[in-house]
Structures are given as C-alpha cells and as structure tokens.
Ligand binder design. Structure first.
Ligand code: KIV
Length: 270
C-alpha cells in the first residue's frame, strides 16, 4: 500500500481490503463537484451511467451513450486529476462482442484518463472482463440490482433473497474475481449475502443498499446531498439538504432582483 491517505492505483485495492480500510466512493459527473470531492478526500470517483437519470433526466440508464460518458468523465478528470476514477460502460457498448468491449473501454481510457471501467453482470461477462484486464484495462464488476437489466429484473428491487439466487450471486462474484476484476459493486442485496460475498473475495466489494458488511460504500452524489428530493429509498442516508438550500437561495435572488436591491452599488463598476 502507498503511504498516501488514498489509493492511487488499482494495485492498492487488495491491500486496502486486507488492512480493513473501507473505500469511500461517490458518483461524480462534472468538474465542479470533482474538485469538491477531491478536497473532501473521497477515495474513488465513479462516473456512473446514473448520470443519464440524474443529469439528463431520463427514466433509466439504458439510453446513456459512450460519448455522454466520455464527456462527463473527461470533465471529472479535469476537476480531480489525481483521484482514482472509474467510468461505467453504458448499455450495449460491451455486451455485443469482446472486440467491441475492448474498443469502447479503451476509448474511455484514452479520452478521459480514467483508471478503469465498470460493467454489469456476472458469469456471462467473465470472459469479457478477462479480455479487458489482459489488455491492461482495469475492470470493476457490478452485481445484484444491475440497472441496465431493470426490465428483465421487473424493477428496482432487492436481489438475491432466495437461497439459490444468493448462491448464484456468490458464484458470479467469484467468477468476476477469477477473471481479474479489481473490485465489485454490490447493489440492493441483503446485508448477510453482501457480508458472505465480501468474506469470500480478496478484491473489495463496494456496497449500495447492501448493508454494512462491504469493503466500501458508494452513493449517488445527488441523492446523498438531497438534490434528488423525491428519491428516498431505505438504504439512502442524506448528508445535506441542498435541494431546499438551492430553492431558498434562488428565491432570495429573485426577491432581490424583483425588488431592486440587487445589484447594489457595491456590485457595480464606476
Ligand atoms: O451508475 C451508477 O451510478 C452506479 C452506482 C449506483 C453504483 O452504478
């Protein structure tokens, strides 16, 4: 492990797990927030395809494009040049064929200076993960509720509750690790199962809606800051209420402009 307070490359991740150091991960989509998260010493920034919902206002992640991911990831990299950054490969950029996955993941690394990519799926993606890793592209897996499969899963619901499904997820996690994945996100699964998977792997698990037994935690930045006011699932803890802060600030500005108190003399040039 480096002497640094934060991991600097994917090679630091297994040592962090072994040392019991929990990874602090947040999604990030732009340079302004990237600068703030960097100063707050977040360990890893995830440019998630959730940006299609959070930033672009779409219902699901399915229509996110590679160009969209690259545009946002390049901005995040400019805001946080030294922080570990992973970028989601969007739907249909890695499932069709291994050559396409290599080309698209490589383009992400070339054009954004990301440290790696994240992709969804278990054993059926293991061969793709292996092909990317063998070509020098670090890969983070994503199991449990995989939003790109929302239609097949029948909605955003907890996965792996039944014993057979839980065993399957554990096997999927093992396959991803064997294929060379450097970490795996576990989304919306029972806490006991997340603990079991975390104990079985040497790579870190990063939970979201997966309880306290993971090796790290990720949240969607806008959700934990209270900027997505209508969204309050059980797993989410809000650390700020920026939605109401923004509304109040904008109302105060509107009152000042309408009432003629802004701009005042001190805001004006001679
Ligand atoms: O797209 C995303 O933001 C994600 C996280 C929620 C893990 O995949």
């Amino acid at each position: 492990m480096t002497a640094d307070a934060r991991p600097r490359s994917v090679l630091d991740l297994p040592a962090w797990k072994e040392a019991g150091r929990r990874l602090v991960v947040l999604t990030c989509y732009d340079a302004a927030f990237a600068r703030l998260l960097d100063r707050a010493e977040v360990d890893l920034l995830l440019v998630g395809d959730s940006l299609n919902q959070v930033i672009a206002g779409q219902e699901t992640t399915l229509s996110a494009t590679l160009d969209q991911m690259i545009y946002h990831a390049a901005a995040v990299r400019r805001g946080a040049p030294g922080t570990l950054m992973f970028v989601d490969l969007p739907f249909l950029t890695y499932q069709v064929s291994i050559p396409e996955a290599i080309r698209n993941a490589g383009k992400v690394l070339q054009e954004t200076e990301a440290n790696g990519v994240k992709l969804e799926g278990g054993r059926h993606m293991a061969e793709t993960v292996r092909a990317l890793v063998e070509r020098g592209i670090p890969v983070m897996g994503h199991l449990g509720l995989t939003p790109q499969s929302v239609h097949a899963l029948g909605g955003y619901r907890v996965q792996g509750r039944e014993a057979a499904a839980a065993d399957r997820l554990l096997d999927d996690a093992r396959e991803l690790e064997a294929a060379g994945a450097c970490a795996v996100v576990l989304e919306l699964i029972p806490a006991g199962l997340a603990r079991r998977i975390s104990a079985a792997l040497t790579i870190p698990t990063i939970g979201i809606g997966a309880g306290p037994g993971c090796d790290g935690q990720v949240l969607v930045l806008h959700d934990m800051l209270g900027l997505n006011e209508g969204f309050s699932p059980k797993f989410l803890k809000r650390y700020a209420e920026l939605g109401s802060a923004v509304r109040e600030a904008v109302r105060a500005y509107a009152d000042d402009v309408r009432g003629g108190s802004y701009p005042a003399k001190e805001h004006s040039f001679e």
